[in-house]
Design a protein around this ligand. Structure first.
Ligand SMILES: [Zn+2]
Length: 205
């Protein structure tokens, strides 16, 4: 069984290094350099990589109809609480538990958009959004999908990138031929998901 649909391409890591340098430049008071670095990190091949997973021609373009339980019977809350998100980040860090791609804290992405609306572009379509900020935004992935009865507790939710989350949809890992992610320990690294851009760091999940 595979651990993920598609290994991250080198552009994923190159863009993350660029965005990391952009945040450093921003915090050091160099906004023009930061904007240049953000633009350079907007690599179209990252969206093409994601499209192989979440697009209609992706590795799981087969039947997506599942025996979902009625919406009224699904567990609440739909998404993890703030306390649960903090516990999940402390456990998983800012690395996709499936493919190993570094991911970006959503509030850090929003802060970059506020400071650099042109460079950190965010249009209405996938193609008009900054590829790395879009594809590598941290997702709260329900291992047993919520629509199949999964809870939003840390015991059922992992940090993932967007294509690993959306590529699986409402299907279980077993149904799409992925090995059980709980059997692999989280990757330890000092990547901060750009959280240092936020005053309260990871408190703002
Ligand atoms: Zn991933």
């Amino acid at each position: 069984m595979r651990v993920c649909f598609a290994e991250p391409i080198p552009a994923v890591f190159e863009s993350i290094r660029g965005l990391d340098a952009a945040v450093t430049a921003h915090l050091d008071g160099h906004p023009l350099l930061a904007a240049d670095l953000i633009r350079a990190a907007d690599r179209p091949e990252i969206l093409a990589w994601a499209d192989t997973m979440w697009g209609t021609g992706g590795p799981w373009s087969g039947p997506r109809s599942t025996p979902d339980i009625p919406a009224a019977n699904r567990l609440k809350p739909r998404m993890p609480s703030t306390a649960a998100k903090l516990a999940i980040i402390r456990r998983d860090g800012f690395t996709c538990r499936f493919c190993g791609a570094p991911v970006i804290l959503p509030d850090a992405r929003k802060a970059l958009m506020r400071h650099y609306p042109e460079a950190a572009r965010w249009g209405l379509t996938n193609a008009s959004r900054h590829a790395a900020l879009q594809v590598l935004e941290l997702q709260w992935d329900h291992v047993l999908p919520h629509a199949r009865g999964g809870s939003s507790d840390p015991s059922n939710v992992l940090v993932t990138c967007a294509p690993c989350n959306y590529g699986r949809g409402q299907l279980t890992c077993e149904e799409v031929g992925l090995s059980d992610p709980w059997l692999r320990p989280p990757v330890k690294s000092d990547w901060d998901g750009l959280s240092r851009l936020l005053k309260q760091a990871v408190v703002n999940v």
